[in-house]
Each structure stands twice: as structure tokens, then as C-alpha cells.
Design a protein around this ligand. Structure first.
Ligand code: NAD
Length: 359
């Protein structure tokens, strides 16, 4: 049953949130109303929402998730039936430099949003209360590192976060589950593996590598490149979230992953092979020559891998993209959207960081 037609989407101007909005408006089910609440922090960009319907079906509101009066008003005025909570500080390296914004947004901000949503929900008439959902979008990083021989992590595994980012997401996950258990608040939590695809801020590994590749700049890989991640194409993540929102069970947790892990070294090599084919270098040499190894990130988790059997069995979801096809689409998007990248550079957000990493 298609349940939630009037949604509040936090962090909708960021990478995954904007892909989610484009997916539901273009692939359906088209919401009756979607309100995006985003404060436009450095990774949030209004242009990420270009192409969505204008006021009416979609409304953009610039604001803080921690602003409870604002959140309460948006929920009431739009008679919201579901909240999808994407807004967060998301970059691990930044959380190592300073944890404060991570605590403020991911922990305190998420709690304030949750409290506002809970207050709204408990005043609703019974039928509307039963339809309501709160979907908290979390990460597999809360589980910490697993060994090469270990089975992928299942729902309910103990938390063991390594970075301040993962610790802040873990804290918010606990609050969401506590409200579900204590108050019967109809919340669900998803844990997804590393995403890639269009509109990802170029401080993250895959877009950083793609931009550096075509500018002939070094491709910096942490440590010896053996760290493993289970990369998922962002649209596959968004389709999984849509299924959870529409058909997931309140109080439940769902893992989302492609199940095709690879090391960072293998990933960058694959990007180089694709780039060699798409736009060979004038010198005739492979882009692989650009790979350089840099000092490892402190506390760098060796491997994340989630078992996504539950969502596949219960909700019939499975990823559509292979890593190769997803990477091809991503490379194409960054090649076709040079202006988007240029504007980020011109705006000076994270200029220092990009300058540093782009060597
Ligand atoms: P992003 O950094 O691209 O986007 C985050 C968005 O949140 C931005 O638009 C930003 O402006 C907004 N925001 C930040 N603080 C805010 C605040 N206080 N109030 C309102 N808006 C605020 O991040 P993303 O990669 O799209 O991640 C979205 C969510 O998915 C996060 O919760 C993240 O933890 C989770 N997640 C990400 C991945 C991944 O690989 N990127 C994997 C699993 C889960």
C-alpha cells in the first residue's frame, strides 16, 4: 500500500536527499507534497533541486532541523505523513578535524527534529497516527570495522563506531529507536553502505578521483589502498528507502548494501580503466600513473559490509546497477556537469580542502 503522500525531507539539497527527490518525482510514486528542509550547509546546494516541480508539489525551505517551532509548523501546515531524515554532517575527515558540528547537527539537531516529529504525531487523530512514518537514514559505519573473513553485519549487531562521524550517527540512531520503543513512535532506521553517483560533494572519494583524473592531478589513496567498502549506486539506495518508507514495518531496522565489496585500490584502478576508455590521455599512458598513496586516515576502518538479506526478502528490493555501470554513469555526470563543480570551487566552500587534496 502506498502510504505516505505528504513528506518532509530533511537534507534534501544534499547528495542522497536530492537524488531521492528526483527519483520519487520522476520514477514515482509521485508525492502529493514534498517539503525539503535544508540549511544549505556547504554540501547542500539549491541547484541540486533544479528540475523538480515548482511550489505546490515540492517546496524548499531553508532552515535548521533543530528549529523545533519551524519543524512543527511545517509538519502541521503540510499535514505531513512521513519524515525522511537525511540532514547531517557527513564527512569523516571533517569530523576528525572538529567533532563539534557533528554533535550539534547529528546528535542534538536530530534529537530536536525527532522530538518535534513525536510531538506532532501524538496529537494526530488515530488513523493519521497509524499512517505516519519517520525514516532515519543512517550508515553502516556505526558498526565499526569488520575483518576480511567475517560475515557481513546483520541488523541488531552491536555498535562499535570508530570516527566522531560514526559516533554521532550512532547516538542519533539510539534516540530514534528509544522513541520507537518507549512511545511506540513509528520510526524505522536504515543502515546503508558507501554511496556514489551524481551530485556528491567532491571532497568524497569517488567524485574527487573523477575530477582529479580528468585534470591530470594525483589520485590520492589512503594507506596501502587495501581498505574495503561495499559501494552502492545512490539511486539503488534511494529505491530501497522508498520501499522502506512505503512498506517497511515501524520499529524495524533495514540494511542496504550492494553486496559487491572491493578495495579502495581496486576501485580507483577500475575508475582509471574506464577513464582510459572514455577519454584516453594524449600521452597514451594510463591514468593509473596518477595513483599516489598518502598517509592513512587515523582510525581508518578496514572493512564495512552489511548483509542486506532482510530488505531483499521482506520488501523485494535489490540493487539494479553493477559497480561498472554505476561508475560509468557517475563519470558521465561529472563530465557533463563541469559547471556544477566549477561553482563549488568558485563559492570557495572547502577551497582549502579541495586545494589540498587535489595537490
Ligand atoms: P551531504 O553532506 O551531501 O548532505 C547533507 C545535507 O544536510 C546537506 O544538504 C546539508 O545542507 C544538510 N544539513 C546539514 N546540517 C543541517 C542542519 N543542521 N539543518 C538542516 N540541514 C542540514 O550528505 P549525504 O551523503 O547526502 O548523506 C545524507 C544522509 O545519508 C546522512 O544522514 C548520512 O549520514 C547518510 N548516509 C550517507 C552515506 C554516503 O555514503 N554518503 C551512506 C549511508 C548513509
Amino acid at each position: 500500500r502506498e502510504r505516505a503522500g505528504r513528506w518532509l525531507i530533511t537534507g534534501g539539497a544534499g547528495f542522497i536527499g536530492s537524488n531521492f527527490l528526483h527519483l520519487i518525482f520522476h520514477e514515482g510514486p509521485r508525492p502529493e507534497r514534498a517539503v525539503t528542509l535544508d540549511k544549505l550547509a556547504y554540501a547542500g546546494r539549491k541547484e541540486n533541486l533544479a528540475g523538480l516541480p515548482d511550489e505546490g508539489a515540492h517546496q524548499f525551505v531553508q532552515g535548521e532541523i533543530g528549529d523545533q517551532p519551524l519543524v512543527g509548523r511545517l509538519l502541521r501546515e503540510n499535514r505531513v505523513e512521513g519524515v525522511i531524515h537525511f540532514a547531517a554532517e557527513t564527512h569523516v575527515d571533517r569530523s576528525i578535524e572538529s567533532a563539534q558540528p557533528f554533535v550539534e547537527t547529528n546528535v542534538v539537531g536530530s534529537w530536536r527534529l525527532l522530538e518535534a516529529a513525536w510531538n506532532y504525531w501524538r496529537e494526530l487523530p488515530r488513523e493519521a497516527r497509524e499512517r505516519f512514518r519517520f525514516l532515519h537514514v543512517s550508515t553502516d559505519e556505526v558498526y565499526g570495522s569488520i575483518g576480511l573473513e567475517e560475515e557481513p553485519t546483520r541488523e541488531g549487531a552491536p555498535y562499535d563506531p570508530s570516527s566522531p562521524y560514526a559516533a554521532s550517527k550512532a547516538a542519533s540512531d539510539h534516540f530514534v529507536r528509544a522513541y520507537a520503543k518507549t512511545f511506540g513512535f513509528p520510526a524505522m532506521v536504515t543502515h546503508c553502505s558507501n554511496n556514489y553517483g551524481p551530485r556528491q560533494f567532491p571532497e568524497k572519494m569517488i567524485p574527487l578521483m573523477i575530477l582529479n583524473l580528468f585534470e591530470g592531478k594525483p589520485l590520492p589513496i589512503y594507506g596501502d589502498g587495501s581498505n574495503r567498502r561495499d559501494w552502492i549506486y545512490v539511486e539503488d539506495h534511494c529505491r530501497a528507502l522508498r520501499e522502506v518508507l512505503l512498506r517497511g514495518k515501524p520499529g524495524e531496522t533495514y540494511h542496504i548494501g550492494s553486496g559487491s565489496g572491493c578495495s579502495n585500490r581496486e576501485l580507483v584502478e577500475q575508475l582509471c580503466v574506464l577513464a582510459d576508455e572514455i577519454r584516453p590521455r594524449a600521452s597514451g599512458r594510463s591514468y593509473r600513473d596518477l595513483i599516489t598513496y598518502v598517509t592513512d586516515r587515523p582510525g581508518h576502518d578496514f572493512r564495512y559490509a552489511v548483509d542486506s538479506g532482510k530488505i531483499r526478502r521482506e520488501l523485494g528490493w535489490k540493487p539494479r546497477e553493477t559497480l561498472e555501470d554505476g561508475l560509468r554513469k557517475t563519470i558521465d555526470w561529472y563530465r557533463e556537469n563541469g559547471e556544477w563543480c566549477e561553482r563549488i570551487r568558485r563559492d570557495g566552500f572547502a577551497r582549502e580542502r579541495l586545494g589540498l587534496l587535489r595537490g
